[in-house]
Design a protein around this ligand. Structure first.
Ligand code: F6R
Length: 622
């Protein structure tokens, strides 16, 4: 949810920290702040509600050389405890102003800790849960077993905290040291030459080093300019349990590359997101999921599949259901991860739970995974973020290789998630023999051809941008589809809601007559996903009747239909054509005009497409 950064080295910490915050602002943008150590016992904090630009202004207004040191912390916030105000922005300090902390996550026992501190006379300067951590460290440093020991004080406090957190501490009297820790939220160390970095993700330091180390669960790290040391919370060295890795994407992948918004760049990157996700997964006429770690025997023993996910990832899960059931004849249930464990789902050793998550950090999905594991189900994660918590806890993982997605709204990762879950479906069909090898190969070949088809859709979407401008002032938009077009309609509506703050609903076309048709009135734009005329004939014919019903009530019909589908033209006030592909693959194309439409409406309304209000890229609270 929030982003944290820490730096110790030889460059001006202010520049490094602010740059890192700019790259990670997508993780939260309610407020931001920095703590900079001048190296002579001084610690200066600047923090501001609102976008990073407000903080930069505050830094520019600061006179003197208090911001000149080479150790610093930074934070951008997605508010959970306490309103997004200056006083609740991080970093927080103790009463002496010598200790500073930035925090991502939630300290669940903060209320009792705060009460204890208040009894001891500590005055709080914010409404956040985070502030308790810095007072506790200051208290531990001044008295008791860890007196005068900064690292020891932090470790002793970590043992008292409940919840999930990444915490990063600095101490003005030890300006060349930063102490950080994580439990269930991300923290990576960037290893430079004479400089060390801490970040919520590698975007914090990709400009300076591609050598990184990922911390394990309940680990702390101490960084100085020349080394990092990893501990468990009991204070034992734990360097062997951390995972060093090389970052194989470069700075340009995290930059806009000439587009006005990351989201627009990411929409354009969809052909390669799909192609890269497929890479290396078909060899010798077989689907190969080598990093998946589930044997063919285990795949054969599965008798039921659950897909758990949230938001856009949930919509990709709905599509996975159509493909997996069709190819394997296994029953598939798709469940919102936030609901899953509260209804006592029937799971056992022969259940496969597929958890889909771009970030690999979503708390709802992580808890669903944990619940599935307590019931002995096998868990396969489909994830875009290497080494994040969900794949770490799953039995197996299939990575989507969409690259970094910075725009808060998921686009290219949606297509990559569909692709990966189709690969899982084909692997299941292959292992279980529900499809002949040549049938599996044929489906794979069509999947492999999708990047070219996506490219063709992208070339033709200018007309959609024009439509977006035209309907930018509408009060609502409805999205309608049938079969695989239905999850696409849901996704189209979600994109418009989150980016354009416009009322939007997705409906199964057959449901309209059971209530929602009452919403239809003159000039209401309705976006309809038309199935291929070559799909089940009745499906196409039924949707045509649905469009007629919509049009008869005065709505404006915007129809996404296959090239050459002449039957639909008379009922489409606006026709958006996409290439003809098999039914299961159509969602990879049909969703693109909807993404472009949502971005276009948001732009026309003057909104920040990459950072919609109230949202953050990864949702680490339940
Ligand atoms: C919408 C969007 C969200 C995410 C959801 C799950 O555009 O991005 O709905 O899909 O928050 O996030 P991940 O995939 O990181 O688990």
């Amino acid at each position: 949810m929030c982003a944290i950064v820490g730096y110790v080295g030889h460059r001006p910490a202010r520049d490094i920290v602010v740059n890192a915050l700019r790259r990670m602002e997508y993780r939260g943008y309610d407020s931001s702040g920095v703590a900079l150590l001048d190296g002579h016992g001084g610690l200066t904090v600047r923090r501001r509600a609102g976008r990073l630009a407000n903080l930069e202004m505050a830094l520019d207004e600061t006179v003197g050389d208090v911001l000149a040191g080479s150790t610093g912390l930074g934070h951008t916030r997605w508010a959970s405890h306490g309103r997004p105000t200056d006083r609740n922005a991080h970093p927080h300090r103790d009463a002496s102003g010598k200790f500073a902390v930035v925090h991502n996550g939630i300290i669940e026992n903060f209320a009792s800790l705060r009460a204890q501190l208040e009894v001891a006379g500590v005055e709080f300067a914010s409404d956040t849960d985070s502030e308790v951590a810095v007072h506790l460290v200051a208290q531990a440093y001044r008295s008791g077993a860890t007196v005068g020991d900064f690292e020891g004080s932090v470790l002793s406090v970590l043992r008292r905290l409940e919840g999930h957190f990444t915490l990063v501490f600095a101490f003005a009297d030890e300006p060349g040291t930063i102490v950080a820790a994580r439990r269930s939220t991300p923290l990576v160390v960037g290893v430079g030459d004479g400089e060390m970095f801490i970040g919520s993700d590698v975007a914090a330091f990709i400009e300076y080093t591609r050598e990184a180390v990922e911390l394990g669960q309940d680990q702390a790290v101490v960084i100085t300019a020349d080394e990092y040391r990893i501990y468990d919370f009991a204070g034992n060295r734990a360097d062997g349990h951390a995972r060093p890795f090389y970052i194989d994407w470069d700075l340009s992948a995290a930059e806009k590359g000439g587009y006005d918004y990351f989201m627009l760049k990411e929409i354009a990157e969809q052909p390669s997101a799909v192609a890269d996700t497929l890479l290396g997964h078909f060899d010798d006429n077989r689907i190969v999921l080598d990093e998946q770690r589930l044997s063919d025997q285990e795949l054969r023993e599965i008798d039921k599949v659950f897909v758990v996910a949230c938001g856009t990832a949930y919509h990709s899960g709905l599509l996975a259901k159509y493909a997996i059931e069709h190819w394997t004849r296994l029953p598939v249930e798709v469940e919102l991860a936030s609901e899953f464990r509260y209804r006592d789902p029937v799971l056992d050793r022969s259940t496969l739970v597929i958890a889909i998550s771009q970030s690999g950090e979503t708390a709802d999905t992580l808890e669903a995974v944990r619940h599935a594991k307590t019931q002995k189900a096998k868990v396969l994660a489909i994830c875009n973020t290497n080494g994040s918590q969900i794949p770490r806890e799953a039995d197996a993982v299939l990575y989507t290789r969409a690259g970094p997605e910075i725009g808060v709204a998921s686009t290219k990762t949606f297509l990559a998630q569909i692709t990966a879950s189709y690969l899982v479906g084909l692997a299941l069909a292959q292992a279980r023999g529900t499809k002949y090898p040549d049938e599996v190969a044929r489906e794979y070949r069509e999947l492999e051809a999708m990047p070219d088809q996506i490219e063709r859709v992208l070339v033709g979407v200018d007309s959609v941008s024009a439509l977006a401008k035209r309907f930018a002032l509408s009060s609502a938009v409805l999205f309608v589809g049938r079969h695989v077009g239905y999850p696409v309609a849901l996704e189209g509506a979600l994109k418009l809601k989150e980016l354009a703050y416009m009322h939007a609903e997705g409906f199964a076309a057959g449901e309209l007559k059971h209530g929602p048709i009452a919403l239809i009135e003159g000039d209401l734009p309705v976006i309809i996903v038309m199935p291929s005329p070559k799909s089940a004939v009745t499906l196409h014919a039924k949707l045509l009747s649905n469009i007629r019903e919509i049009q008869a009530r005065g709505a404006v019909t915007i129809v996404i239909a296959e090239e050459g589908d002449d039957t639909v033209a008379p009922y489409a006030d606006h026709l958006i054509e996409i290439p003809a592909v098999s039914t299961l693959f159509q969602p990879l194309l049909a969703v693109i005009p909807m993404q472009v439409f949502a971005a276009g409406v948001a732009q026309a309304r003057g909104y920040d497409v990459d950072k919609p209000r109230n949202l953050a890229k990864s949702v680490t609270v339940e």
